[in-house]
Design a protein around this ligand. Structure first.
Ligand code: 5AD
Ligand code: SF4
Length: 399
């Protein structure tokens, strides 16, 4: 008897999954969901109805972690009502805190980091509420073994938009960022496997495809199994965009995230020339001060960033641009902050996500003194939020 039919014969377990953090985590949750559905599990939106509760979270910022911990603490009471209930903590947050999660939340049964997600289905089958599994390997995740097996349901955003992971990890080691430590080095998926997933999404009615990666411009074609030769050049991502653009039924293609040091003129031209590609670029600048950019190890200057924006506006004047900014990085003085403000005034972003710096254990910046007081971080955050609101309002009136 196959595993699937064994599960069907018993009454199917109901799973409740909550996702905290970025689109990458949303994608991982969808993969878990489609794979578990295929194995005979059911899903529920109500935590009270669940036999298995999974929380999948991001560790990039302290704030996102805090939300997850609060949620988990609130769910604890359900174990008292249902002793057989299984709890799992997944994703970057699991990799970051490892066995400490069991110490802080003794009712948790599974701690599973991003590299171990392909084996999560077996863990869930083997767990009971008295066992504990810690799966937090440091090795790279096998990307070909963890993808959508059917199409996601309609809940959680537009049913017509589907996410496809094209690469995992990051090699950039920006000094504030924990991603390379938790998600490992960059690893690209085979193009054929990406295209197959896009076709599957299209067949089930998805019209908008979002290609995901920490740094999509360093997507590299893999030699094995790919019709196109691996060229190991910077424009492999453009090549991928061209291929996705050819797929019938795809109406719109978007992607995130691009790194200013890797976004190329070829990318901007492809965005202009490929009709299905959304004229929208998310290009985080993080700080307008060269001194801070250097401390952040971003690999570009303020002038380089503005040069990229100028090139983009020349090639594709109607392109919408969004960005990420960090305020209160260690050593950020008033004059550094003013430079960030001026950059925002100059570029006039269509959207900006502004974050207060929080030290992430293990990163290079965590060794610097977190010397900008919280009050100042909050104030700078507020100033940029209001500035962005004013810019957006002015742009809307113009339109
Ligand atoms: N503190 C604050 N913001 C951070 N980000 C990443 N790490 C940190 C940190 N330690 C922000 C960056 C990044 C976005 C996803 O999160 O702006 O682009
Ligand atoms: Fe983190 Fe920098 Fe990589 Fe983005 S590019 S994921 S900020 S290390």
């Amino acid at each position: 008897m196959s595993k699937e039919s064994k599960i069907y014969k018993n009454s199917p377990k109901k799973v409740h999954i909550r996702t905290f953090g970025c689109q990458m985590n949303e994608y991982d949750s969808e993969v878990i969901k489609t794979n578990l559905l295929q194995r005979g599990y059911l899903f529920t939106e109500e935590s009270e109805e669940a036999d298995v509760i999974l929380v999948n979270g991001c560790s990039v910022r302290e704030h996102a972690e805090e939300r997850l911990w609060r949620n988990l603490e609130n769910l604890r009471r359900l174990r008292e009502e249902k002793p057989e209930l299984i709890f799992g903590v997944l994703g970057c947050i699991a990799q970051n805190h490892k066995e400490n999660i069991f110490k802080r939340f003794p009712f948790v049964n599974l701690v599973c980091g991003p590299h171990n997600l392909p084996e999560i289905f077996n863990h869930i089958e083997n767990l009971n509420s008295r066992t504990r599994i810690l799966a937090v390997d440091e090795e790279e995740r096998d990307l070909e073994n963890f993808h959508l097996t059917s199409t996601p349901g309609v809940e959680g955003g537009s049913p017509r938009r589907g996410y496809v992971l094209i690469m995992s990890g990051c090699n950039n080691f920006c000094s504030y960022c924990v991603v390379p430590y938790l998600r490992g080095r960059e690893k690209s998926r085979r193009m054929e496997s990406i295209l197959e997933e896009v076709r599957m999404l299209v067949e089930s009615g998805h019209e908008e495809i979002t290609l995901l990666g920490q740094n999509v411009n360093s997507y590299r074609l893999q030699a094995t199994g790919c019709k196109l030769q691996a060229k190991n050049n910077k424009n492999d991502f453009v090549e991928l965009l061209r291929e996705v653009n050819k797929i019938d039924g795809v109406e719109k293609i978007s992607f995130a995230t691009s790194h200013p040091k890797d976004a190329s003129e070829e990318l901007f031209k492809a965005m202009r020339d490929l009709p299905k590609v959304d004229k929208y670029l998310h290009l985080p600048f993080q700080s307008g001060s060269n001194r801070i950019l250097k401390l952040m190890r971003r690999g570009y200057t303020r002038e380089d960033y503005l040069g990229q924006i100028k090139k983009l506006k020349e090639i594709l004047p109607q392109c919408k641009i969004s960005t990420d900014v960090i305020v209160g990085f260690p050593g950020e003085r008033e004059e550094d902050f003013q430079e960030t403000k001026e950059l925002m005034e100059e570029v006039k972003f269509d959207n900006a996500y502004i974050f207060k710096y929080s030290p992430r254990p293990g990163t290079a910046a965590a060794r610097l003194r977190d010397d900008v007081p919280l009050e100042i971080k909050k104030e700078r955050n507020q100033v940029l939020l209001e500035l962005q609101k004013r810019i957006a309002r002015r742009k809307n009136v113009k339109m």
